[in-house]
Design a protein around this ligand. Structure first.
Ligand code: LLP
Length: 412
C-alpha cells in the first residue's frame, strides 16, 4: 500500500501533482511519500509489539537525512555499515543506544567513532575484527558491546548477489566456530558479548528461511547458556521482501506472529534491521522521455534517468513497474526503456509492454525508494538527481540536484 495515486488522469504523490514537481524541480527526480514511510514503519514495528524489540532501519536502503529524521521521530533505531552512515544517523537525531553496526570491514576510526557515540552493539564478523574492537575500546577506556554475526547456512532463495547467509558468502562466522568465538570474547577486557546476530539475505518472499535461521540460532543460544554466557539481544537482520511486480511477500504481521511464537518466554530483546520493506514502495523515480527510436528489431524509449540513477535493473535484472504520469490511453507495444549512458547495460526495462509515449512526456518508475538514490553514482559525469519528500499537499527538497560545480568540487 502506498500513496502514489491517479487523480483526474494525473499521478499524485499524496496531495501533490508529480507533473508539477517535475516542472518545478526537473527530472530525473526521486519523490518519497511521508504517509507511506510512516505507514510502513508503523506496520512493521507494531508487528513485533508482543516482544521486547527495537526496529533499526537499515540506512543503506535510503540514507537521505529527511527520511532518517522522519523514521527517527517515529522511534526507529538505525542499522549502519560505515562511519558515513553513523554520521547521518547521529545527525538525524538517533540516540547511540539505538544504533547497531554491521559489516565485514570496519576501520579503526569508524570503530572509535561508534564507541564514542555509545552504540548498542557491534555485529562482529571476524576474529580479527573482534581483536581490533577490543584494542580500540581499551585505548579509549571503554567496553564495547558486541554480538557475533552468525552465518546459519540457510538459502534465502533470492538473487545470489543479495544472499548473505550461506557458507560461500563472506559474511559472519560459521555456526560451528561461533561458540569458540564467544568463549574468546568473554575473556577480552574491552569486550562485552551481549547478542547474537544474523542477516541471511534481502528481498525474501517467504518467512520460512527466517524461521530456519532462527531455529539454528535458538539451538545455539542453548549452548551459550550452558557455557554461562547470558546474552540479552537477538538481532535477526533485515530482508523482508516487497511487491515489485507480482511477488506476494508475507505481511510483517505474519513474521511478527511467527517470531513471537518461537521466542516467547526467552529473555531476549529482538533487534530487526528492515530496509526495503520500509522505503521501497515509498519512493518513485520520475523521468522524462527524451526520444523514441525505432530500429529494425526494437523500439527504444530513451529517458533522462539512467543506470547511474537507478542501477537495480542493470545490476540484478530487477523489475521496476513503469507507468505514464499522465496516461494517454495509446496502444501498448514492446519497448526497452533506456537511459543516456554509454553502456548497453543501461536500461530501466527490457522487452516491456508499455503504451506508446511521446517526447517530453513523463514516466514514473515505481518501487524506487530502496537502493535507488543510495546506489546512484556520477557515471558519465551525470549530476545526481534531486530528492523530494512530500507530506500531504506540501513538498520539500530533501536533497538538491547536484550541479556541474558539485561534480568537480573535490578535484584539483
Ligand atoms: N542488515 C544487514 C546486515 C544488511 O546487509 C542488509 C542489506 C539489511 C539489514 C537490510 O536488508 P533489507 O531489509 O533492505 O532487505 N542493493 C540490493 C540489496 C542489498 C542488501 C544488502 N544488505 C538491492 O537493491 O536489492
Amino acid at each position: 500500500m502506498h500513496h502514489f495515486t491517479m487523480k483526474n488522469g494525473s499521478l499524485y504523490a499524496e496531495g501533490v501533482s508529480v507533473k508539477e514537481l517535475a516542472r518545478e524541480y526537473g527530472t530525473p527526480l526521486y519523490v518519497y511519500s511521508t504517509a507511506t514511510l510512516t505507514r510502513h514503519f508503523q506496520a512493521f514495528d507494531s508487528a513485533f509489539d508482543a516482544l521486547d524489540h527495537l526496529t533499526c532501519f537499515s540506512v543503506k536502503a535510503n540514507s537521505n537525512l529527511s527520511v532518517l529524521r522522519l523514521l527517527a521521530d517515529l522511534g526507529a533505531g538505525m542499522d549502519i555499515v560505515s562511519g558515513g552512515e553513523l554520521y547521518r544517523a547521529l545527525m538525524a537525531g538517533v540516540p547511540g543506544e539505538r544504533i547497531v553496526y554491521s559489516g565485514v570491514g570496519k576501520k579503526h576510526a569508524e570503530i572509535a567513532m561508534a564507541l564514542k557515540a555509545g552504540i548498542l552493539m557491534f555485529n562482529v564478523e571476524s576474529m580479527q575484527e573482534l581483536a581490533r574492537i577490543n584494542e580500540v575500546a581499551l585505548a579509549m577506556g571503554k567496553v564495547a558491546r558486541v554480538s557475533f554475526r552468525i552465518n546459519p547456512d540457510v538459502d534465502p532463495k533470492t538473487h545470489p548477489y543479495i544472499s548473505t547467509g550461506m557458507k560461500k558468502n563472506k559474511f559472519g562466522l560459521s555456526i560451528d566456530t561461533a561458540l569458540d568465538a564467544y568463549a574468546k570474547a568473554r575473556d577480552l577486557p574491552g569486550i562485552e558479548p551481549i547478542g547474537m546476530d544474523c542477516h541471511i539475505g534481502s528481498q525474501l518472499t517467504s518467512i520460512d528461511p527466517f524461521l530456519e535461521a532462527l531455529d539454528k540460532l535458538l539451538v545455539f543460544h542453548d549452548k551459550l547458556k550452558a557455557m554461562q554466557l547470558n546474552i540479552r539481544c537477538l538481532d535477526l537482520g533485515g530482508g523482508l521482501g516487497i511487491p515489485y511486480n507480482e511477488e506476494d511477500p508475507p505481511h510483517p504481521k505474519e513474521f511478527g506472529a511467527a517470531l513471537t511464537k518461537a521466542i516467547d518466554g526467552l529473555p531476549l530483546k529482538v533487534v530487526l534491521e528492515p530496509g526495503r520493506v520500509i522505503v521501497g514502495n515509498a519512493g518513485i523515480l520520475v523521468t522524462e522521455v527524451l526520444y523514441t527510436k525505432q530500429t529494425s528489431t526494437k523500439t527504444f524509449n530513451i529517458v533522462d534517468a539512467a543506470m547511474n540513477d537507478l542501477i537495480r535493473p542493470s545490476l540484478y535484472g530487477s523489475f521496476h513497474r513503469i507507468e505514464e504520469v499522465e496516461p494517454k490511453g495509446r496502444a501498448a507495444h514492446d519497448v526497452d526503456v533506456v537511459g543516456p549512458i554509454c553502456e548497453s547495460g543501461d536500461f530501466l526495462a527490457k522487452d516491456r509492454q508499455l503504451p506508446e509515449v511521446r517526447q517530453g512526456e513523463l514516466l514514473a518508475v515505481y518501487s524506487a525508494g530502496a537502493y535507488g538514490f543510495t546506489m546512484s553514482s556520477n557515471y558519465n559525469s551525470r549530476p545526481r538527481a534531486a530528492e523530494i519528500l512530500v507530506d500531504g499537499d506540501k513538498a520539500i527538497v530533501a536533497r538538491r540536484r547536484e550541479t556541474y560545480e558539485s561534480l568537480v568540487a573535490n578535484e584539483i
